[in-house]
Design a protein around this ligand. Sequence first.
Ligand SMILES: *[C@@H]1O[C@H](CO)[C@@H](O)[C@H](O)[C@H]1NC(C)=O
Ligand SMILES: *[C@@H]1O[C@H](CO)[C@@H](O)[C@H](O)[C@H]1NC(C)=O
Ligand SMILES: *[C@@H]1O[C@H](CO)[C@@H](O)[C@H](O)[C@H]1NC(C)=O
Ligand SMILES: *[C@@H]1O[C@H](CO)[C@@H](O)[C@H](O)[C@H]1NC(C)=O
Ligand SMILES: *[C@@H]1O[C@H](CO)[C@@H](O)[C@H](O)[C@H]1NC(C)=O
Length: 679
Amino acid sequence: MHPTARAIAPHYLLLLFATFFFLLRSPSPVAASGDVTLLLDRLKPALQGAAPNAQLATWNASTPLCLWRGLRWSTPAGQPLRCDTAAARANLSLAGDATLLLSSIRLPAAALAGRLPPELGAFPSLESIYLAANSLSGAIPLELGNAPALSELDLAGNALSGALPPSIWNLCDRLAELRLHGNALTGAIPAPAGPNDTCDRLHLIDLGANRFSGSFPAFLTGFRGLQRLDLGGNHLAGDIPEPVATMRGLQMLNLSYNNFSGQLPPGFAGSSFTAESFLGNSPALCGPPLQQPCVSPSGLSSGSVAGMAIGLMAGAVVVASVSIGWAQARWRRNRVRRAAEEGVETEEGGEGDSEGKLVVFQGGEHLTLGEVLNATGQVVEKASYCTVYKAKLADGGGNIELRLLREGSCKDAASCGPAVRRIGRARHENLVPLRAFYQGRRGEKLLVYDYFPHRTLHDLLHGGLESRPALTWPRRHKIALGAARGLAYLHEGRHGDAPLVHGNVRSSNVLVDEYFVARVTEYAVVGRLLVPSAAEAVLSAAKADGYRAPELQTMKRCAPRTDVYAFGILLLELLMGKKPSSAANGGDDLPSLVKAAVLEETTTEVFDPEVAKGVRNPAEEGLVQALKLAMGCCAPVAAARPSMAEVVRQLEENRPKSSRSALYSPAETRSDAGTPLYS
Ligand SMILES: *[C@@H]1O[C@H](CO)[C@@H](O)[C@H](O)[C@H]1NC(C)=O
Ligand SMILES: *[C@@H]1O[C@H](CO)[C@@H](O)[C@H](O)[C@H]1NC(C)=O
Ligand SMILES: *[C@@H]1O[C@H](CO)[C@@H](O)[C@H](O)[C@H]1NC(C)=O
Ligand SMILES: *[C@@H]1O[C@H](CO)[C@@H](O)[C@H](O)[C@H]1NC(C)=O
Ligand SMILES: *[C@@H]1O[C@H](CO)[C@@H](O)[C@H](O)[C@H]1NC(C)=O
């Protein structure tokens, strides 16, 4: 006997037994009188629980079947029951038709407070169950695994408890989506019992925000059709197995907020998954894409890593030092209500708008209004419409970055709110995350970001810094790719949101850390939070500095492709080492310089000598491709420009050769590239 076959046998027996038991218990008249009767006798009382339910009340014999809420039916021939005629909608005798088959139950957010009955598995043609966002409790019945036709199961956002029955994988050959997010399911995630455990059609599994424990369910890596896997917010522990990194179709992975540990599979280093997939696990989880390096036996001790970090802070530029504490004498901590994720408003003072509001986003839950307002800060940058501070929270709370918007930003909380919330939802390794937003009673607005040592790409390239690291081509490529990934993420428009346009892509809005990881900041602020007159001032600065796409006459028209143009300029800036400018401004119009060089056949001379150094064959090293890509981004006609996603793809495809060596990936950085940037 095959060893795995022996291991699964007990599950099989259990399932057979369950089926047998179920058949014994189901009174045969119910089965004989069809789905309608089964629904009324078994399903309705179970789902409704103790209290009557308005939706379920429509499931009754005095209401024509077509008006029963949340149900779809089909005929024995497999045709959908048509309810689009007045006659059908008034037909009272349909409910007596024992041949009709239930094909779908769709009652999300319908205040169902009961349980899932075992009979849910007994409807022969039931294809989909959508019962998300109710108050269903109790266990997921083992018999659900017998449902012969089920392909969509959505029970997210209920109060289901107990173990996930292994019979769930019996649905594998048809099941396409399994959504159990946000319940109270416990125990290990069971392995499938059947011989066919590849579940080819299953493309989404969401078991996030439950209480599953045990190790990573390794069998999932055999599910060949899986595209989205969410196991976030459970109590899973141990290593993340190697094959997870090489699952071919996987597009979305959330393993955050568990207790995983150990080194991440090396396959994740060059993959499209960012640190966001692995946040909030054991501190012992390490390796790229996480920032946490794995301390190899011969590597640096954690002490020297901390020493390096302290060195970075000491080197931060201090332009001026001011206190930005607006003493909030009557701030009342106990009235503060906070919650995570969507950006929940913390009401202050209780007297309407008298003391302003702090809206916190994911990762900013620990911030309170008092702390933010009483932080002491120093100015690190002054722009036309905002001042940037590095601020220190009291009591060792660490540093934050504050952007104080002056007049000219959105007028009131109502017009700022939705835009700010949208910005606050953006989370990507290559973006500086917005953690909170404060609007004061005099209209002052503070954007609270994570603090990163304020060294911009602009400073690195053009700042004439004394001790700046060599900006070799692999390092510049890494910076370009990081910034491109951050922008592509914004443009992607996740969760049904519209794309978020950056609006002010320029080298001074790209922060670069000591491992040459780029983080884009100030995204969507200009386009979404400034009033038109203030936005136009930013636009004319962008024009003077050569970043403005030719078609962009007013900031209202900024679009993903205008960001692409600005990114093209930024990429030229990286390649040529020259500060961009518009020709009208007396500076170097970078695309024109390249065009002229191509005509004169002096293309190789356009590259910054520092970039060209050590590059023997510019085509093999991806330099020529990057130059072409940058020129494509700067195409005068917007439609001819690539999308940011395409830019990312091309940069990934044409990596500098040396980047494939250990010198390049974030883990490598301690050898060559690890020469601290701000030593
Ligand atoms: C049957 O449904 C109708 C609405 O369609 C409702 O008014 C009536 O109260 C229901 N009867 C029962 C017994 O639930
Ligand atoms: C009402 O439904 C019954 C049962 O399916 C069917 O036999 C009958 O023809 C229908 N009547 C009308 C008017 O559609
Ligand atoms: C497993 O199921 C898929 C359909 O989902 C089928 O194509 C495949 O042949 C099955 N494999 C085995 C070993 O039965
Ligand atoms: C991952 O899951 C955790 C816990 O459910 C959640 O907080 C986080 O937002 C998820 N991340 C993404 C990118 O969806
Ligand atoms: C997480 O796992 C570590 C072992 O890797 C263990 O010591 C620790 O207690 C676990 N934490 C939680 C919250 O379960």
